[in-house]
Ligand binder design. Sequence first.
Ligand code: GLA
Length: 693
Amino acid sequence: MSIVVGTKNDVFLLSTENTSYAFGIDDRGLVRHLYWGKKLTSAEDLEMPVLTEVSTNDPVFEITPEEFPVHGGLRYKEHCLKATFADGTRELVYQYCGYDLEEGEDWEELVIHLKDEHYAFTMDLHYKLYPRYDLMERSVVVKNEMEEPIQIEQLHSAQFHIPYENLNFSNVHGHWGAEEQQFTQRVSYGKILIENRRGTSSHNHNPYFILDRDATETTGEVFFGALRMTGNFSGVVEQTPYGETLVQMGINPHDCLLQLAPGQSLRAPAILCGYSATGFETMSHNLHRFALDHIMSKGLRPVLYNSWEATEFHVNCQDQIKLANKAKELGAELFVLDDGWFGERHSIQNGLGDWYVNEGKFPNGLEELIDAVKGLDMKFGIWVEPEMVNPKAQLYQEHPDWIYHYDTRVTDTSRVQYVLNVTKPEVQEFIYNMLDNLLTRYDIDYIKWDANRPISQTGPQRDIWYKHIQVIYGIVTALKKKHPDVLFEACASGGGRIDYGILGIFDDFWTSDNTDAYDRLYIQNSYSRIYPIKAMRAWVTDCPNFLSGRMIPLTFRYHSAMMGSLGIGCNILKFTPEEVELSQKMIRQYKEIRPIIQEGTFYRLDNPSADSYFLYEYLKEDKGVLFAFLPQSKVGHRGTTIRLRGLEENARYTLHTSQGDITKSGSYLMGHGLPLRLSGDYASALVQFEKNQ
Ligand code: GLA
């Protein structure tokens, strides 16, 4: 058993292979945190400290770490839950009512039952343990068992306590075209708040926390948690005046009010969390492995060609067929027709909502293109943006009341579009039917689902900030049930929906509209800290890059995109014979290493050089791949040393470098390392290696 209950029935010790988490119930029924860190061997060692008030200004609620602080009493700290009862009472007072244990194939779950001492309102704290992955999922289910509704003003899924001050907090900042920009800041007194208020989850910050004590990739303590939610999240980190750091995350209370009708329950999005005593690498490995085994759909991702950057809105059947033929010649396996194929969609001005095939562009219907693609033995994918409508679209003319709006206000457009109120049953039906018809009528294997503007002016409903995405999850889940082989890519103006809420419901992430191969190294590096490589769609695109204006050699562009699930987004009809040949070679090589890239173990390697090398390793069983990038060599033009990771000390490995094969022991490659010197700007190398038999 990984969950052990102390003999006095008041202490719970939850252990994974290398970590432990502990809390207990004190004699007044408070659920108090006791420990999070390296593995403990006995629940009997745990003691519940006696609570004594330090002073009248430091009440016990403030000084004791609680698992799930509620709003009420002498609590002034951040609370996870605030509810208002029908009589106006805004205080919660819970009682402990026992626990339940459940077990599955590779998980165990502990549920702590709490109940308000006066009102028929229950709070179940869920701790689901995945011992093999050193991970736990925490969430809470609240239930209204009264005759009247209850209003939920705040619902964070869990609180965590870290018994240190001056930790480092990391997350990402960014915006469209610049997602996943990693930052780290020292936690000091006061609070750090990260959140999203736009209805998306991840252009600006991402719903996770990483708190470390000066950790490196391979050393030091790291506490982390990723929220399984898309949309408006909030997370608070606070260094308290009592010598510890607390962190909580959940549904953003900003402008949000959730009504719990009589008999209704609500499960807060889970936080997938863990502790590493061996740096960030262990954190990433545990999350990646868990995502591959438990969250993501199985199977290797196809090499795709997407025509967006080549044709933008100027789509027509014959040009798309030409692109498909060329894509096939290069080695692509999936052809994706992006925006511009439907309605009067000639620019961002019109078309969204009118999901019929544009006859001018496809006079013989979509079948002509799909048949051509299928005739090439490729899969076919298509772009949709189902949550949106242009004001000029027929759909909006017919249903102006289908958008989020206030009756007395003018609704703002963004990218000349409104957001549909997907909480209306008729809108849900419209979206589901539109997609179901599309998938039933045409032989489609891949849907790129976009959402290109933030939500605003939601109308009187204050719950849509939470409900909107639940509806989208529901629609996609239902579509997948009926069309189980179709893959869904989550895109929101690039990487606006990269989170553990959508992953599993959708299959892939569009990482960013920024396809500059150098910028992507930063984006991909920080993405990889939390999210699995297989879901990371990365394209090779034309130069000068439309965003950065940079010229980057095609080899570097391929190598950068081969670090994820490879795609090509160039205008390949303009490729020279040399570019065609290089592409064929790269795509062939990618297919060979694809299982290692998409399902292997990923290492961000140390660069000991003064020159800014980016070094990465992928390892799967006996085979591996190394990537080295040198965007710009500095004066001195130094080489670097690649110290590999994860090898067997005594085994021998053969590396296939451009200078010839090198055979060394695992201990040598991990200790001494492989010297490498790249020169010039945008230089890169890919080295395959394997263990000798
Ligand atoms: C968004 C996406 C792009 C592309 C366009 C189409 O910006 O991120 O990849 O699909 O929409 O309009």
